[in-house]
Design a protein around this ligand. Structure first.
Ligand SMILES: NC(=O)c1ccc[n+]([C@@H]2O[C@H](COP(=O)([O-])OP(=O)(O)OC[C@H]3O[C@@H](n4cnc5c(N)ncnc54)[C@H](O)[C@@H]3O)[C@@H](O)[C@H]2O)c1
Length: 310
């Protein structure tokens, strides 16, 4: 029988690219998402996938959707770093508790492996050493990062207690087509959308904050590798391995995309770490994964997408 994979949150930015990628390997792909804008992101592959409209916070929906599936990818999140600190109870309830329920059910239904997309941009906190490898201390500075790290720890527990097999992919800062430009996670999408609309750009801080931006189609390829990984490692950084400041990105907008725009600098935010660059050599060694798109190539594809985006 054909192996299957259900992607919780598969109608989102990252999930829609993962769904597209997994189809290439002949897997039967199911996308589980709540319907609002999410179906639009997978419209182009709706004939090839199963789409389940459901609520991740509803235990019955999760159980029903999981039946008969081989693999699980978990991407649901109700918060982003900036919003998570405003209501920590909500963060725990909707992200942590629902994830635990998912893990219970995955163990019960004998899911072969679960891949959790965690956050390499927040679980480590302020770096002691750059680039950050998977053994770096974890001191998250937001509720979002604490929850991601706690979910990771619980995966370890469910592995010990119930034999649930898993891999964790700590994504740095993905960018690309279908990223939501209206939220505060996803700087490149947000800025490109504003420029396209002729709106002024606002930057928190002096623009020297450094992040590790990688193109989402590269990130999506790491999931199939993680589903089939035979090494003993459980956690991988997924990143470009290269840092760019916001000011350098703005410079690329000017030089690569030939854009003209004004920038307003605002006071910095407390929870933003100054620099985050992830060492992706373990993923290269064990998963044989490495980014294939250059920053400029990914940026051009993203800009083309936002030119048509309303
Ligand atoms: N975008 C990034 O920069 C980034 C970086 C590292 C990790 N992540 C993590 O990767 C995951 C996906 O991120 P994304 O950028 O694709 O976000 P996204 O918001 O585009 O996708 C998340 C999807 O989850 C769905 N969802 C939310 N609550 C749900 C619920 N109760 N029931 C069913 N579906 C629900 C949403 O409808 C959405 O389609 C998240 O967990 C995020 O924290 C994102």
């Amino acid at each position: 029988m054909k192996e299957s994979c259900i992607i919780f949150g598969g109608g989102g930015f990252i999930g829609s690219h993962i769904a597209e990628d997994l189809l290439k390997y002949g897997l039967k792909v199911t996308v589980f998402d709540k319907l609002n804008s999410s179906k639009k992101n997978v419209e182009h592959i709706l004939d090839e996938i199963e789409f389940i409209e459901g609520d991740f916070n509803n235990e019955v929906d999760i159980s029903k959707a999981l039946k008969g599936k081989t693999y699980v990818v978990h991407l649901v999140s109700s918060t982003v770093p900036a919003t998570s600190n405003q209501n920590t109870y909500y963060d725990v309830e909707t992200n942590l508790l629902s994830s635990l329920h998912l893990f219970e059910k995955c163990a019960e239904f004998r899911i072969k492996r679960i891949v959790f997309i965690s956050s390499g941009g927040t679980v480590y906190g302020n770096p002691v050493k750059l680039p950050i490898n998977e053994k770096h201390p974890t001191e998250p500075t937001s509720s979002y990062g604490i929850i991601k790290l706690t979910i990771e720890k619980y995966l370890g527990l469910y592995n010990n207690l119930k034999g649930l097999d898993y891999r964790i992919l700590r994504f740095a800062n993905p960018y690309g087509e279908r990223q939501n430009p209206f939220i505060t996670q996803g700087l490149i999408a947000h800025l490109l959308y504003r420029i396209k609309k002729g709106e002024p750009i606002e930057i928190w801080g002096d623009g020297k904050v450094i992040r590790d931006y990688f193109y989402i189609k590269d990130g999506a390829r790491s999931v199939y590798k993680a589903l089939n990984d035979r090494s003993a490692a459980k956690i991988y950084n997924i990143s470009s391995g290269m840092g760019l400041s916001i000011n350098q990105i703005l410079q690329r907008f000017r030089s690569v995309l030939k854009l003209d725009f004004n920038v307003n600098y605002l006071p910095g935010r407390k929870f933003d770490v100054k620099s985050n660059i992830l060492d992706n050599s373990l993923a290269f060694k064990n998963l044989k994964w490495k980014p294939e798109y250059s920053f400029n190539e990914g940026l051009l594809n993203t800009w083309r997408y936002f030119l048509d985006f309303e």
